[in-house]
Design a binder for this molecule. Structure first.
Ligand code: ZN
Length: 309
C-alpha cells in the first residue's frame, strides 16, 4: 500500500509580511526535503481546489465567504494581529482544503494507506467563525467531517502534536462525541487554551499540556499515558494528524525540545493504533514549524515513518 503526498505550487502564493514566520520558504523547505531519493516511492498528487461546500463542513458559509471576499487585489489585509491575506491567499487556502479532502477520499477508498498534505496556510487555530493564528480554514477538522459525511466514518480521531494548542479544532468539535480531539502542546503559550481540564461537553477533547523546556521524555509520556489510551478506547475509523513541527528544539516560536526522532516515533505509534482500529488509515496535514532546517528534517522523518511497511 502506498503513501500519498499531496501538494500544490499555489501553497507558495500565500505571501507573508516581512519577518512573518509563516512564510512560503516553509513549503519550499518541505518540498526540497521530500525530493530525496528515499521518497521516490511516494505517490504524488496535485491538490485540487477546494470548494465553499467543503469549507462549510466546519465553518458557517457567510463566515467562509467573508474571508474569501476579504482578499486584497494587492498588498495585504489583516484579519488579526498575525493573520493577513495577500492576493494569493485564497488560492492557497482553497488548495489546502481541497488537497486535504482529496487525501481523505484516497485513503478512505483504500487507494492509499495514508497521506501527507504539504500545504499552507495551516489550519488548527481556525475556529468555526474566526480566522486567527496564521489560519483561515481548519483543514484537519474538514478532513474529519468529510470522512464522516462522504465515506460513512463513524468516529474520527484528530491527534495534534503542533506545539500550539489547536483551539480551532477544539472549538469545532467541543460538543461532538463522534470526533476525538487529542492535543499535546506547550502551555502556557499561544493561543492560551488547552488545559487538561478542557474536556468538551461530550468528553472527547483530550489535552496533554507540556511545560517550556520539556523534551522527548515528557512528550512520549504524554503520548503513551494520555493520548494513546484514549485513542484505543475511542477506536476511530480514521486518524487525522495535525502535524506541526514547532515543538522541535530549534523552533523560534516555542520552547519544547523535541527532535526528528520523536516525530518518527509518534508517527509509528499512531500507525500502530490506526492498524488496530482504522485499517491503517491516516491523513496527516502540515500545521506549524518555523525553523526551516527543523521543519525539513522533521517532515522527512514523519513521512519516512508513514512509508514504512
Ligand atoms: Zn504551532
Amino acid at each position: 500500500m502506498t503513501t500519498l503526498l499531496i501538494t500544490h505550487p499555489a501553497g507558495l502564493l500565500h505571501a507573508a509580511l516581512p519577518g512573518h514566520p509563516e512564510r512560503p520558504d516553509r513549503l519550499r523547505a518541505v518540498e526540497q526535503a521530500l525530493e530525496a531519493e528515499r521518497f521516490a516511492p511516494l505517490v504524488r498528487l496535485e491538490a485540487p481546489r477546494g470548494t465553499l461546500e467543503q469549507i462549510g463542513l466546519c465553518h458557517p458559509l457567510p463566515h467562509a465567504q467573508a474571508i474569501l471576499d476579504a482578499a486584497p487585489q494587492q498588498g495585504f489585509v489583516a484579519l488579526d494581529a498575525d493573520t493577513a491575506m495577500s492576493p494569493g491567499t485564497v488560492e492557497a487556502a482553497l488548495r489546502a482544503v481541497g488537497g486535504t479532502v482529496a487525501a481523505v477520499d484516497e485513503v478512505m477508498a483504500g487507494r492509499a494507506r495514508n497521506a501527507f498534505v504539504a500545504m499552507r496556510p495551516p489550519g488548527h487555530h481556525a475556529e468555526r467563525e474566526r480566522a486567527m493564528g496564521f489560519c483561515f480554514f481548519n483543514q484537519a477538522a474538514i478532513a474529519a467531517r468529510h470522512a464522516q459525511r462522504a465515506h460513512g466514518a463513524k468516529r474520527v480521531a484528530i491527534v495534534d502534536w503542533d506545539v500550539h494548542h489547536g483551539n480551532g479544532t477544539q472549538d469545532i468539535f467541543w460538543d461532538d462525541a463522534s470526533v476525538l480531539y487529542a492535543s499535546v502542546h506547550e502551555m502556557p503559550l499561544y493561543p492560551g487554551t488547552g488545559a487538561a481540564s478542557e474536556r468538551g461537553s461530550a468528553g472527547t477533547i483530550v489535552n496533554a499540556p507540556l511545560h517550556a523546556g520539556d523534551g522527548s521524555d515528557e512528550f512520549r509520556d504524554a503520548f503513551e499515558n494520555t493520548i494513546l489510551p484514549r485513542l484505543d478506547a475511542f477506536a476511530p475509523d480514521l486518524v487525522v494528524i495535525s502535524a506541526g513541527f514547532d515543538a522541535h528544539w530549534r523552533d523560534p516560536l516555542a520552547s519544547l525540545n523535541l527532535r526528528e526522532a520523536d516525530f518518527a516515533w509518534a508517527t509509528q505509534k499512531l500507525m500502530e493504533a490506526a492498524d488496530r482500529h482504522a485499517g491503517g488509515r491516516i491523513v496527516s496535514v502540515l500545521e506549524g514549524g518555523y525553523d526551516l532546517e527543523a521543519l525539513a528534517k522533521s517532515t522527512a522523518a514523519h513521512v519516512a515513518a508513514l512509508m514504512e511497511p
